[in-house]
Write a protein that binds this ligand. Structure first.
Ligand SMILES: NC(=O)C1=CN([C@@H]2O[C@H](COP(=O)(O)OP(=O)(O)OC[C@H]3O[C@@H](n4cnc5c(N)ncnc54)[C@H](OP(=O)(O)O)[C@@H]3O)[C@@H](O)[C@H]2O)[C@H](O)CC1
Ligand SMILES: [K+]
Length: 450
């Protein structure tokens, strides 16, 4: 499972707008379909490696892409067959169907499979789950290599409904842009390896996949305070805040203070068990404050969160600190990153609906904070509508303490100055890259060790 880095993600509505803009600029929809069909044909050609191909075509333009690909594959000499659910229903698909001169079989229980199945039944136009009888027929092809055109047929491309496709794809060829379903659970794993065919659409990149992580070297003139000073507030479970502080240091902060704890995992961390948090907040060198790791849910840290908010410092709020800060967050916009996991998000924003992307964007707009909505399909949303989806992340991160590490990395990136959204994206990228480096058997402590 993989997706291209830094690739645009568009909802079905945004996709139609992008198509319309193309038409205005002189590229007709039939030209777009020809480009889409050619990209499908190329990918199928490579996947089939000379073996026979069966293309399943639906009634709409997803099916149209399938007919175009069939024509181009036949011209290249591929052994290609076409089967259709019904007659095409759009003008574009009718024209594409007319260009295919071979036979069209029916999609029914008698349809013989082929080593490679191209799924061009439904794309972004699917409006309801696939009927059970069609799902049963498609189920017979599940052991073949599957290339899905745009999305595996049967999924809601916007990722709001959790319909699963009868055929899981080995490869999904996204057309023009990725769609939310390619990067959100539960559908993302059913897309297999996602490739992107640009087909000439000028896709807005406000929503995109995680960019490649770039190693940034400190400036030649750097000293510890210019690299950013992070203040971590330790709760009743100081081990968690210790991980946070160590992660801040490992992710590049020049100086880290762990307030409220006697012990820190690295001797370079200043652990202050007796110093007052409020006084430390007044330290002008503090570039970011992390609060929340190691606090159970409850009111216990309300007073300290209030003090952190009053300080006007850039903040990373995790776990219980999110609930404590919520009523005041949008009052005075400041650089703030919230890092809720699924349960914490549901507790803080129970009224939001739609896909995980929709909900993260709404939470960011409501709080005027950057929201890192954690999970295997982490999404990072900014109040201004920017969004990065971090699928597929690393499954090794599904273990205790990794959230505390991420909060520390967010603190380090935020303390450098600059944009809070960019800081959160860099922190998530760092977290995933560390996990990829360690791999099997990862425990959270490994993320902060050399
Ligand atoms: N993005 C681009 O620039 C291009 C994309 N292209 C391809 O076009 C599809 C989207 O095509 P569209 O025609 O809008 O929709 P679909 O082909 O996905 O499907 C619509 C038809 O399917 C019927 N439908 C919907 N749900 C079901 C269902 N559960 N069971 C049966 N039939 C269903 C729907 O009928 P209605 O009854 O809902 O009216 C339509 O007949 C995109 O994904 C790309 O593959 C083009 O190549 C151009 C460039
Ligand atoms: K499809």
């Amino acid at each position: 499972m993989s997706v291209p880095a830094d690739a645009p993600i568009l909802t079905s509505d945004a996709m139609r707008e992008a198509e319309a803009a193309c038409a205005v600029q002189g590229t007709s929809l039939s030209e777009l379909m020809e480009l889409a069909g050619a990209a499908v044909a190329d990918t199928a050609w490579r996947m089939a490696a000379g073996a026979p191909i069966l293309i399943l075509c639906g009634p709409g333009n997803n099916g149209g892409d399938g007919y175009v690909a069939a024509r181009l594959l036949a011209t290249r000499g591929a052994a290609v067959r076409v089967a259709a659910l019904s007659e095409p229903s759009t003008e574009l698909a009718k024209a594409a169907r007319a260009g295919w001169s071979g036979p069209v079989e029916a999609v029914d229980g008698r349809l013989a499979p082929a080593p490679l199945i191209v799924d061009a039944l439904f794309g972004v136009g699917l409006s309801r789950p696939i009927a059970d009888d069609l799902a049963a027929i498609l189920g017979h092809f599940a052991d073949r290599r599957i290339l899905a055109v745009d999305v595996p047929s049967g999924i809601d491309s916007d990722g709001a409904a959790d319909w699963m496709p009868p055929l899981r794809a080995d490869v999904t060829l996204a057309l023009g842009a990725l769609k939310p379903a390619h990067v959100l659970l539960p559908t993302a794993p059913a897309c297999g390896r996602v490739l992107l065919a640009p087909i000439g659409i000028a896709a807005n990149k406000a929503m995109r996949t995680l960019p490649r992580v770039r190693e940034t070297q400190p400036e030649a003139t750097a000293h510890k305070f210019t690299r950013g000073m992070v203040l971590v507030f330790a709760g009743p479970m100081p081990g968690a805040a210790g991980l946070t502080a160590a992660a801040a240091l490992r992710a590049g902060a020049g100086y880290v203070v762990l307030n409220g704890s006697e012990r820190a995992p690295f001797s370079a961390i200043i652990a202050e068990s007796d110093a007052k948090f409020g006084e430390r907040l007044d330290d002008p060198r503090v570039g970011a404050v992390v609060i929340g790791p190691g606090f159970p849910a409850g009111d216990e840290l309300l007073f300290d969160v209030e003090a952190a908010l009053d300080s006007g410092k850039p903040l990373v709020l995790d776990a219980a600190a999110i609930d404590a800060a919520l009523p005041r967050l949008s009052e005075t916009p400041r650089k703030t990153i919230l890092t809720p996991h699924e349960g914490e998000f549901a507790r803080a924003f129970p009224q939001l609906y739609g896909s995980k992307i929709d909900r993260a964007k709404a939470a960011a707009a409501r709080t005027q904070a950057v929201v890192v909505y954690k999970g295997a399909d982490t999404v990072i949303a900014a109040p201004d509508g920017r969004l990065v989806a971090a699928w597929p992340g690393s499954p090794w991160l599904a273990t205790a303490g990794t959230g505390d590490v991420l909060a520390g990395a967010c603190g380090a990136m935020l303390a450098r100055g600059g944009d809070a959204f960019d800081a959160a994206v860099a922190a998530v990228g760092w977290h995933i890259a560390q996990a990829a480096r360690i791999g099997p058997g990862l425990v959270a402590d490994d993320l902060i060790r050399d």
